[in-house]
Design a protein around this ligand. Structure first.
Ligand code: MSP
Length: 657
C-alpha cells in the first residue's frame, strides 16, 4: 500500500446471480471492502467494483423452472447480493450487472472490433461439452471420460457445431514472457507458477459463442444474430465496461489498470489466461495484480450444498454481529491459503481478541477515567520504560498493519494490532492504576499517565481496525471522544495526538462475551449452526437463533409462510403436460387456481372435496402457460405423491401452523 499510488481500483469476481450467497462470496467482498477502506484511510483515490454475472445456461434453466423470464429471474435474485452487501457494511462504489445496457453495449463493441481485426473467426467445432461448467473440452482434457473441472466430474456431451473463436493461441508466448517479467501480475507466487505450468501445454483458441438454438440467454454477437456470447467472455469485460471503457476515456484512464483483482483459486485460468489475452488483443494494458485467495473449508470439508454445510453469512452476521464476522474472516485467513471455518473457532477468536482484550481494555480505561478524572482524558506525565515499551509496540503495530495491507497479509497486520491491545492490558496489570487512586498526588499523576497511554493505544489501534470493523470502531472512538469521524492515517501514526481534557463517553460492553458451545457432536462436522442445537453458543442473556447453515430457517422465516386449508372444487388435466393437473380450490374467502404435478398420483375425480394444505402466499407463476396461485403440500411415497390433508373440522381458509 503506497501513498504515491495515483489510484486504487479493486474488483471482486462478479457472482453468479443464481447462487445463494455464502461465506466464500462474503469473504472476497469483505476483503475488497477492507482494502478499499484502508486505501481511503491513506488518502488514495479509490474505486471498488463488485457485481453479478447474469447470463448463461444455468440462469436460463432456473428461470424456466420458475416459469418466469430470465430477466425477471435475475432482477429478483440480484437483491440477495445487493442486500447482503448493504447488511455487511460493504462500501462498493459501483455494482455492475452483466444484463445492464452499459455492459452489453461494450461487450458488443469489443466483439465487433476484434472480429473486424480478424482476432475472432468462425469455424466448425467438434468437442466435448459440459453443461454444468458451460465449457468445451478436448478428448485429452477429460478425466476418465468425464468433465475434468475439480468438483464437477459430470458426464459430457459430444457436440459438433459452428462457433466463433478468439485467437488466444497466438498470444501464448507473449503471455508467458509477460508473466515472467511482471511477478506482481499473478499473486501469490505459487499461483503464478500454476498458470505458467498450464501454459506449458499448447494453448488453444477460445470458443466465445454459443448457438442460440442451444442457449439464448446471453449477449447477441453483433455480427451473427444466431449466436450469443460465451458467458466468461461477457463476464470478464465487466471490469472495464463499468469504468467507461469505450465511452468515457477520461474515466477509464482514471481507474485503469486495476490495482487489485481479487479472485478465488478456482477461477485462476479465466483471469490469468483468458483475461490478459483478451485485453492484449484489445490493446489495453493488464491489471497490476490478479490475486487468488484460497477457499473456506467448513471444518476440514469442502463447502457444498450436498454436504449441507453451506455457511450463510447473513445469519452469522445476525447472530454475532457484522463487525465480529468481518474481523474473523480477515484475521483467520492467510491470504492465498485455504482456511477452516468452525463455529468453535469463531467463538474462540471472538472471546480472545474482541471480548477479553479489546472490549475489556476500553471498559477499563473509560470506567477509571469516569470515576477518577471526571470523565476527561488525564494529562500525560513523563514516559518511563513501561510507557515507552507500550508506545513502541503500538507504533509498530500501526506501521505493521499499513505494511501488511500492501503485502496482502491482513491476518498478520491484525495479529500485530491484537498484540498491541494485549500489551496495553499487560501494562495496566503492571501499573495497577486502580490501586494508585488513593496513594497521594504523585501516584495520581502516574495513574493519569497510565490511563492516557492505554487510551492512546486504543485511539491508534481502533483507527487501524476501523476498515475491518467500521461500526464497532466508530462506537469505540466515540467513547474515547475522538471527534474525527472517519480516522485519518496522518493522525494515527503519531503517538500523543489524543488531547488531554477530551471528554470520554460512558460505553456499554462493545463485544459481550459469548458462552462457548459444549463439545460439538462430530456428526455436525464443525459446521456453523449445525442443526444439533443443544450445543449452540449463546449470547449473554439472549438466545442465538440457530440459522447459520443454509437449509435451517429461523421461526421468523418459517412464519412468513402462509399455510392454509383449501377444499378442492375441481380438477382437470393440463393440455400437453401429462404430470400436471389444474385445480380450482376454495380458500375460505375466495377461490383460486393451482397447477400441481400430481396427475400420475391421482385421478382428477377422486380429488374433488378433499381438504388439503396449500402455501397461500407463494408468488404466482406460469406453469406450461397456466397461471398457478399457490402450491399444494404433498409427501413422497415411492414414485407417487400423497397429498397432505387435514381431518374434518378444519374449514377452508383455516391457518396451518
Ligand atoms: N461468475 C464467476 C466469476 C466471473 S468474474 C468475471 C464465478 N462466480 S461464483 O459466484 O461461482 O464465484 C465467485 C467467487 O466465489 C469465486 O472467486 C470463487 O472462488 C469464490 N468461492 C466459491 N466458494 C468459495 C469458498 N468456499 N471459499 C472462498 N471463496 C469461494 O465464478
Amino acid at each position: 500500500m503506497s501513498e504515491q499510488n495515483e489510484h486504487f481500483y479493486v474488483t471482486t469476481p462478479i457472482y453468479y446471480v443464481n447462487d445463494q450467497p455464502h461465506i466464500g462470496h462474503a469473504y472476497t467482498t469483505i476483503l475488497a471492502d477492507v482494502l478499499a477502506r484502508y486505501h481511503r484511510l491513506l488518502g488514495v483515490p479509490t474505486h471498488f467494483l463488485t457485481g453479478t454475472d447474469e447470463h448463461g445456461q444455468k440462469v436460463q434453466q432456473a428461470a424456466t423452472q420458475r416459469g418466469v423470464s430470465p430477466k425477471d429471474h435475475v432482477d429478483t435474485y440480484v437483491t440477495r447480493f445487493t442486500d447482503l452487501w448493504q447488511h455487511l457494511c460493504v462500501t462498493n462504489d459501483d455494482f455492475i450487472r452483466t444484463t445492464e445496457p452499459r455492459h452489453t453495449k461494450i461487450v458488443q463493441q469489443v466483439l465487433t472490433d476484434l472480429y473486424n481485426r480478424d482476432e475472432i473467426y468462425r469455424a466448425e467445432y467438434d468437442g466435448w461439452y459440459c453443461v454444468t461448467c458451460e465449457r468445451f473440452y478436448t478428448e485429452k482434457d477429460l478425466a476418465d471420460g468425464l468433465c475434468p473441472e475439480p468438483g464437477c466430474h459430470k458426464p459430457v456431451e459430444r457436440i459438433t457445431e459452428t462457433n466463433y473463436f478468439f485467437r488466444m493461441s497466438k498470444y501464448q508466448d507473449w503471455l508467458i514472457q509477460y508473466i515472467e517479467e511482471h511477478p506482481a501480475f499473478i499473486q501469490p507466487d505459487f499461483r503464478r507458477n500454476e498458470t505458467l505450468g498450464f501454459l506449458r501445454k499448447p494453448l488453444t483458441d477460445l470458443c466465445i459463442s454459443r448457438p442460440k438454438t442451444r442457449m439464448s440467454w446471453g449477449i447477441e454477437l453483433p455480427f451473427d444474430h444466431d449466436f450469443v456470447t460465451y458467458v466468461w467472455f461477457d463476464a470478464l469485460l465487466n471490469y472495464v465496461s463499468a469504468i467507461g471503457y469505450g465511452v468515457d476515456d477520461a474515466l477509464f484512464r482514471k481507474w485503469w489498470p486495476a490495482s487489485m483483482q481479487l479472485i478465488g483459486k478456482d477461477i485462476l485460468t479465466t483471469h490469468t489466461v483468458y483475461w490478459p489475452t483478451m485485453l492484449h488483443a484489445m490493446g489495453v494494458p493488464l491489471p497490476e495484480t490478479v490475486f487468488a485467495h484460497g477457499w473456506w473449508l467448513i471444518g476440514r470439508d469442502k463447502m457444498s450444498k450436498s454436504a449441507g454445510n453451506v455457511v450463510n453469512p447473513m445469519a452469522l452476521a445476525e447472530n454475532y454481529g457484522v463487525d465480529a464476522f468481518r474481523y474473523f474472516l480477515m484475521a483467520e485467513m492467510v491470504l492465498g491459503q485455504d482456511a477452516s471455518f468452525t463455529e468453535e473457532g469463531f467463538v474462540r477468536r471472538y472471546n480472545a481478541d474482541l471480548a477479553n482484550d479489546l472490549g475489556n481494555l476500553l471498559s477499563r480505561v473509560v470506567r477509571m477515567t469516569l470515576s477518577h478524572f471526571d470523565g476527561r482524558v488525564p494529562p500525560c506525565g513523563e514516559l518511563a520504560t513501561e510507557e515507552l515499551q507500550l508506545r513502541d509496540v503500538t507504533l509498530e503495530a500501526v506501521a505493521g498493519m499499513r505494511d501488511a495491507v500492501g503485502r496482502m497479509r491482513i491476518d498478520q497486520g491484525l495479529g500485530g494490532l491484537a498484540g498491541a491491545v494485549r500489551e496495553a492490558n499487560r501494562y495496566l496489570e503492571l501499573r495497577q492504576p486502580w490501586t494508585l487512586a488513593k496513594q497521594g498526588p504523585e501516584a495520581r499523576v502516574l495513574m493519569g499517565t497510565t490511563l492516557y497511554c492505554a487510551a492512546e493505544t486504543l485511539r491508534m489501534v481502533s483507527g487501524m481496525l476501523y476498515p475491518v470493523m467500521p461500526a464497532k470502531m466508530a462506537a469505540l472512538r466515540g467513547a474515547l471522544g475522538c471527534a474525527d469521524g472517519e480516522p485519518d492515517y496522518s493522525r494515527l501514526r503519531h503517538w500523543g495526538e489524543l488531547a488531554s481534557g477530551t471528554a470520554l463517553q460512558p460505553a456499554g460492553p462493545l463485544f459481550p462475551r459469548i458462552q462457548p458451545a459444549a463439545k460439538q457432536d462430530p456428526a455436525a462436522k464443525g459446521a456453523v449452526g449445525a442443526p444439533k442445537s443443544a450445543s449452540k453458543p449463546k449470547k449473554p442473556g439472549k438466545e442465538v437463533p440457530v440459522s447459520t447453515v443454509e437449509g435451517i430457517v429461523s421461526y421468523d422465516t418459517f412464519s412468513q409462510l402462509d399455510l392454509r386449508v383449501a377444499r378442492i372444487l375441481s380438477a382437470e388435466p393440463v393440455e400437453g403436460a401429462d404430470k400436471l393437473l389444474c385445480l380450482q380450490v376454495d380458500t375460505g374467502g375466495d377461490s383460486r387456481q393451482i397447477v400441481a404435478g400430481i396427475a400420475k398420483s391421482y385421478e382428477p375425480a377422486v380429488l374433488v372435496g378433499k381438504h388439503v394444505v396449500i402455501v397461500a402466499n407463494l408468488a404466482p407463476a406460469r406453469i406450461r402457460g397456466v397461471t398457478s396461485q399457490g402450491m399444494l403440500l404433498a409427501a413422497d411415497a415411492g414414485d407417487q405423491l400423497r397429498l397432505v390433508t387435514v381431518e374434518c373440522g378444519a374449514e377452508p381458509g383455516a391457518r396451518v401452523r
